[in-house]
Design a protein around this ligand. Structure first.
Ligand code: ATP
Ligand code: MG
Length: 450
């Protein structure tokens, strides 16, 4: 499908036009082009086209070789820069070979040729283009601006938060099976983000703090990440237990920094996993520094707002029973993540096997056999089935392989529960396969594949 000659000319033309049109912004450049021009959080004109930049931006291995045969291109031997000798000819050549749909994918071209090409709409094209604030390079520049990365303490602090660019999040909402309730909540938040200005105007501020509640492996983290991906928002993840366990004494300061990071990167999602940690430290007789940190945390949550700061806060917990009123009160929506019902299990199985051919595949029957399993469990079942088939040199699965993997999974699960309930270690040892892995005693050890 791809045409190296056309790809390189499009890149060269885009770079040339962008250099001339001062009204165009980084958001107008296609993300792949932008990625080669970022420097300290800026994209400066003119954009230089060389074999290196062209190859990185287009994926064409030898860009100059691809276009050197055209009569309107030239390369400067000394600087290596590639340019047009005859711009008009180049434009004519290019426009003869692409249609409106193609041009629409590149807002720079849409802006310039909108009047000449039927059906081309610059505003639409720009709205569909991923914004530059979602680029990794842009996020890193914002972080460097705000924090002294040569300072060891600040560096360590940045280790406590995991910042992902939306382009780095692979999960999308389409990969997840949601309850109606979850879909509604997500829809509401999407609308709230879209109509932020209106909400500010009418003074509605109590919005944009969600608490995801549910057992392990039910998709809490995945949904939060998928939102970041689908809404093009940077994803700032922090594990609360990390903040406080490592840096006693400095903890309250660290909590403040986390919120600073989020505000710096806004609009963004701030995801706080293990939220029950807050409750635990308030009730127990923890170190005073930790208590201070938790109070700072609660205060910071009060002060941050989706409407004013453009930070969407999502907390997650497996233990809602441990949260006290002070913690609950801070969230304006509670989203329940139950274990999937039979219909959802069938849908999850369909999604996780999407790229596979399975002989006699019958997800409904499998759903009936997997009562009580979570989305995460179902992925483990599939993995088991795939690996088992591979040991027999097979890359095609059958319904029976999946059934067998379900039985294996449940046997393993039973063993763990036995160990957990009455410390019956003999049963575990006699069982053979699972002895002494050191972490029996947890509910499930969910192997997150991310
Ligand atoms: N409803 C679902 N639809 C599709 N996949 C799911 C669903 N629930 C869980 N999964 C899959 O299970 C894996 C684990 O999910 P995730 O990490 O989001 O769970 P979690 O609720 O955050 O668990 P924990 O409480 O242990 O952090 C992911 O790979 C995810 O894709
Ligand atoms: Mg999680």
């Amino acid at each position: 499908m791809s045409n190296p000659e056309l790809d390189v000319i499009e890149f060269l033309l885009t770079a040339t036009l962008y250099g001339e049109r001062q009204d165009l912004e980084p958001d107008d450049l296609p993300p792949a082009y932008r990625s080669v021009f970022w420097s300290d959080g800026e994209i400066e004109r003119p954009l230089s086209v060389t074999n290196t930049t062209a190859s990185e931006a287009t994926g064409v291995e030898r860009p100059w070789a691809a276009v050197s045969g055209l009569m309107f291109t030239d390369r400067d031997d000394f600087s290596g820069s590639i340019s047009f000798t005859d711009r008009d000819l180049a434009e004519e050549w290019f426009l003869e070979r692409v249609d409106a749909d193609h041009l629409a994918e590149n807002p720079v071209l849409a802006a310039v040729y909108e009047d000449q090409v039927d059906g081309l709409d610059y505003e639409q094209s720009r709205a569909a283009n991923r914004p530059s604030r979602a680029d990794r390079a842009f996020i890193d520049a914002r972080l460097e601006e705000a924090f002294d990365t040569d300072d060891e303490e600040e560096e360590e602090m940045l280790d406590l938060v995991d910042v992902r660019a939306p382009e780095e999040v692979e999960m999308t909402l389409n990969d997840l099976v949601l309850t109606h309730d979850q879909e509604d909540e997500i829809q509401k938040i999407v609308k709230a983000i879209e109509h932020r200005d209106y909400l500010a105007q009418i003074g509605l501020r109590e919005i944009g703090k969600l608490l995801f509640v549910g057992p392990p492996g039910t998709g809490k983290t995945s949904v939060a990440r998928a939102l970041a991906h689908d809404l093009d928002l940077p994803f700032v993840e922090v594990k609360l237990s990390m903040i406080t366990s490592q840096y006693l004494g400095e903890t309250a300061k660290n909590v403040e920094k986390v919120f600073e990071v989020a505000k710096r990167l806004s609009p963004c999602i701030l995801f706080m996993d293990e939220f029950d940690f807050v409750a635990k430290t308030r009730s127990s007789d923890e170190h005073a520094a930790i208590k201070r940190a938790v109070n700072t945390l609660l205060k910071s949550i009060d002060e941050i707002s989706l409407i004013q700061d453009e930070v969407l806060l999502i907390g997650a917990t497996n233990h809602p029973d441990q949260l006290d009123a002070a913690a609950w009160r801070r969230f304006d929506e509670i989203v329940n993540f139950p274990k999937p019902d039979s219909g959802m299990r069938a849908d999850i199985l369909r999604i996780v096997t999407r790229q596979m051919d399975i002989v006699d595949f019958d997800p409904e029957t499998l759903a009936d056999l997997t009562e009580g399993l979570t989305g995460s469990d179902l992925r483990l079942v599939l993995r088991e089935a795939v690996l088992n088939a591979l040991t027999e040199e097979r890359t095609t699965l059958t319904q029976q392989d999946l059934k067998d993997a379900i039985v294996d999974f449940e046997e393993r699960d039973n063993l763990k529960n036995m160990d957990m309930m009455d410390g019956d270690h003999e049963a575990l040892v006699a069982g053979g396969d699972f002895s002494g892995d050191g972490d029996s005693g947890h509910d499930h050890d969910h192997d997150h594949d991310d």
